[in-house]
Design a binder for this molecule. Structure first.
Ligand SMILES: CC(C)(COP(=O)(O)OP(=O)(O)OC[C@H]1O[C@@H](n2cnc3c(N)ncnc32)[C@H](O)[C@@H]1OP(=O)(O)O)[C@@H](O)C(=O)NCCC(=O)NCCS
Length: 204
């Protein structure tokens, strides 16, 4: 019987399986088919960023051995070291300033963090702890002081992403924030690293 193993994915591996990973993203987010073609160049560029790391959840028949390179993917997560020249960082910085956060505090929040950019589990594999396993593996032994992510606001914080982040202790950095080019409000959430540690100043 197949089981799921969470493992690091190298840059060459993800390049060769980019559209398989993007299919999971499109299915998990419920986006229209074709979205993957818009996202592919972005994901490919992200691989080149400082501190990039990815993990995958693979279906395999032997959980004691590394999954074969052909093992089907059912989940994907990646991120990289946040940097002031990144668009996402600049957006969050502006959002914090606009809400009256002092510049010293902004530096505390954005000074040294890992940006969790994508985390997706195929809908047929959700609700089995795979999302949590991906997140924990991705954030193991990171050199940064904290992790930041953005996720769409949903009523009552009632979806699997929110449940997962809250269960792991992620706290609010910015709420109801609208990124340039997107009409949806997002929350930016943060957590100190390692994950089981306490939240740093600014991640209140
Ligand atoms: C968010 C997401 C990555 C979480 O992945 P997941 O594998 O479904 O997450 P988990 O299984 O770890 O947690 C989901 C639920 O399964 C439950 N669960 C955890 N371990 C379990 C296990 N071993 N057996 C059964 N259920 C389990 C959890 O309690 C949790 O329940 P809850 O949502 O009611 O709180 C996934 O649901 C997803 O891809 N969602 C759509 C895309 C998305 O929103 N991505 C994040 C954007 S920021």
């Amino acid at each position: 019987m197949s089981t799921v193993v969470v493992e690091a994915i190298s840059a060459p591996q993800i390049r060769s399986r980019l559209f398989e990973a993007l299919d999971i993203y499109v299915a998990a987010m419920g986006y229209p088919r074709g979205t993957e073609h818009h996202r592919a160049p972005m994901w490919a560029e992200h691989i080149l960023r400082d501190g990039w790391r990815a993990v995958g959840a693979f279906l395999t028949d032997d959980p004691t051995a590394p999954p074969p390179s052909t093992a089907p993917l059912v989940g994907i997560a990646y991120g990289y070291r946040g940097a002031a020249h990144h668009w996402w960082d600049q957006q969050v910085r502006q959002g914090l300033v606009a809400t009256g956060v002092e510049s010293a505090q902004v530096e505390t929040v954005l000074g040294d963090y890992f940006e969790l950019t994508e985390l997706h589990v195929h809908p047929q594999a959700q609700g089995r702890g795979i999302g949590e396993a991906l997140l924990r593996e991705l954030l193991t032994d990171r050199p940064e002081q904290g992790v930041l992510l953005s996720t769409p606001e949903v009523s009552e914080e009632d979806n699997r992403a929110w449940h997962l982040y809250r269960r792991l202790g992620f706290t609010d950095v910015l709420r109801h924030f609208v990124f340039v080019g997107d009409h949806r409000p997002f929350a930016v959430l943060g957590h100190a690293l390692p994950l089981d540690g306490t939240a740093p100043a600014g991640h209140s």
